[in-house]
Write a protein of this length. Structure first.
Length: 376
């Protein structure tokens, strides 16, 4: 029978297509080329890098650990959890009463801080399995020490906690929070971050885009040129502003208060998102997330954002900020974007005191990556 057409890609597959070869014959065909999965592709588990007294959390360690335990509990109830920490015995003792330990693996490793999104491996997938890309993390443009964090991925591979082809990319600075993939050949990123002079200043925009295209095997890079959050150390990571979701959807932070300092920049971002087109020329479905009300500490505005959510196999964890109206509205928007998943709020007021949120402290790994061996 001759080739007739291609059925829509399954939301839960890694570049897996149903191809019709006649009236009633559908065959699953997997694309062989490496690709960067969307976050909603099937996962083997999530990484957390645990806070300790040697990190910037020292002054509020109990408070932030309560938040981490809440995150760990919600993750481990649903899928495997990998915890990186210099003190695995201490962490195990703290979490054992509330976290399903049969789902947890702890790996001993020195760390500078807790931002797994930005020091974790970024995974490519093809039919031969995962490739773990280990990029250089330089503390968001040399703002903070990151020498220990830069060794974490190699340590996890050596310990057998991560499976895949380890690939050293430490000659290029890139954080996981700075890019979004739709799993179908398009990256979303911000020019403010990737063109920062303290990251890859030897390369211009054209060179960086070509590097991204060739490294991640993508066809297109969409650059967001506006949008920021006060108090953000990352130089406008895309995961604080706008996120890909299934069905050619982008959720994004929208500010409706003309008196808010973010209003003009976020309005320009919205207009640019409206101008973006999908690979086949259609407008994206845009769903606005609320702008969190101002939260300050010692006179400094903190970067509270609802865009910093984590997609898991059957759930979406999203940050809340003790703002009932905004928290509920954000949940409703995310439920629209992910109708088949449970949407669960986690109080992240502790995390934003160090200028990050829920997505920033997590890293998901596609199927076949996390090794669910007994805890060390």
């Amino acid at each position: 029978m001759g080739y007739i057409g291609v059925i829509n890609q399954s939301e839960s597959s890694d570049r897996s297509y149903q191809v019709r070869f006649g009236k009633n014959i559908n065959i699953q065909v997997e694309q062989r080329a490496p690709h960067l999965p969307a976050e909603w592709a099937p996962q083997s588990g999530i990484q957390l890098t645990w806070p300790h007294a040697g990190t910037d959390w020292a002054y509020m360690l109990d408070e932030v650990e309560r938040c981490f335990i809440h995150i760990a509990s919600e993750i481990a109830r649903r899928q495997p959890l990998l915890i990186v920490t210099p003190y695995p015995d201490e962490v195990r003792q703290k979490i054992a009463s509330t976290v399903p330990m049969e789902q947890v693996r702890l790996v001993a490793c020195d760390t500078n801080d807790t931002w797994a999104r930005d020091h974790g491996a970024i995974t490519l997938m093809d039919v031969e399995g995962p490739t773990l890309l280990d990029f250089k993390f330089n503390g968001w443009g040399l703002k903070f020490a990151a020498d220990k964090d830069n060794l974490i991925t190699r340590r996890l591979v050596e310990a057998g906690a991560l499976k895949g082809r380890y690939t050293n990319r430490l000659n290029f600075v890139l954080e996981g929070g700075s890019i979004e993939s739709d799993g179908q050949g398009t990256l979303l990123t911000t020019s403010e971050c990737l063109l920062s002079p303290n990251r890859n200043e030897q390369m211009n925009r054209i060179e960086i885009e070509e590097y991204l295209r060739s490294t991640f095997h993508v066809e297109r890079v969409l650059w967001v040129d506006d949008g920021y959050l006060a108090g953000d150390d990352t130089d406008s990571h895309i995961d604080t502003l706008a996120r890909f979701c299934p069905g050619d959807t982008i959720v994004y932070v929208k500010c409706t208060d003309p008196m808010d300092e973010h209003y003009e920049a976020l309005h320009r971002m919205e207009l640019q998102l409206q101008s973006f087109r999908t690979a086949d020329g259609r407008s994206y479905r845009l769903l606005p997330l609320p702008m969190a009300d101002k939260i300050e500490e010692e006179g400094e505005r903190l970067p509270a954002t609802y865009a910093n959510f984590l997609v898991m196999n059957e759930a979406v964890l999203y940050p809340t900020y003790d703002q009932p109206h905004n928290d509920q509205r954000a949940k409703e928007v995310l439920q629209q974007a992910f109708p088949g998943r449970e949407v669960i709020g986690i109080d992240c007021r502790a995390l934003i005191k160090q200028h990050g949120s829920l997505h920033c402290v997590t890293m998901q790994y596609p199927r076949g990556v996390i090794n669910t061996c007994p805890t060390e």
